[in-house]
Design a protein around this ligand. Structure first.
Ligand SMILES: N[C@@H](CCC(=O)N[C@@H](CS)C(=O)NCC(=O)O)C(=O)O
Length: 152
């Protein structure tokens, strides 16, 4: 019997509405690179963590070209990581993933709701992905996480 009905039948009759969405019954899988160095995969992973969404983390060995194998290519048109699979719905592109998670699940808001603030957040995200590529190249995740004593 559901918790809500049990409580409703009891004398105190405290009614606790079920969560807006049954998070635990959703199946979420995130495909990331096997070295855990893709900054794009990190965006999606951090979104799952921030929203406290239980998920399965699966790895794709990019060096071994696993992204081109039939099973993964069927999920990701671009054959890149990350890819999120939510109850059979497969979605690539890190910003699409973070926005989808934010719009689909309750919990902490990843983006502001006010349109101008939201646009500003997306603007910064877009800069990070495009215009700030030279900075990303100079401070790549390989450099930051794998170089001993990286220079600031
Ligand atoms: N625009 C994509 C970029 C994803 C991307 O470039 N992923 C790289 C890893 S950092 C990848 O999967 N590369 C494999 C390949 O190009 O074959 C996003 O934001 O998700």
């Amino acid at each position: 019997m559901h918790l809500t009905s049990k409580l409703a039948l009891s004398e105190t009759a405290i009614s606790i509405p079920p969560p807006a969405q049954p998070i635990m019954s959703s199946s979420l899988k995130l495909y990331v690179d096997a070295n855990y160095l893709s900054p794009f995969a990190m965006f999606a992973y951090v979104a799952l963590q921030e929203k406290k969404l239980p998920h399965e983390l699966l790895t794709i060995n990019l060096k071994a070209k696993q992204q081109h194998e039939q099973d993964y290519a069927a999920l990701s048109l671009t054959r890149k990581v990350p890819t999120l699979v939510h109850d059979g719905f497969a979605l690539s592109e890190s910003s699409a993933i973070t926005e989808y998670l934010d719009e689909s699940f309750p919990g902490v808001a990843l983006y502001p709701t006010e349109p101008q603030a939201r646009a500003r957040a997306r603007q910064i995200q877009a800069w990070l992905r495009t215009d700030l590529v030279p900075v990303r190249q100079e401070r790549s995740t390989e450099h930051v996480f794998l170089t001993a004593n990286p220079q600031p």
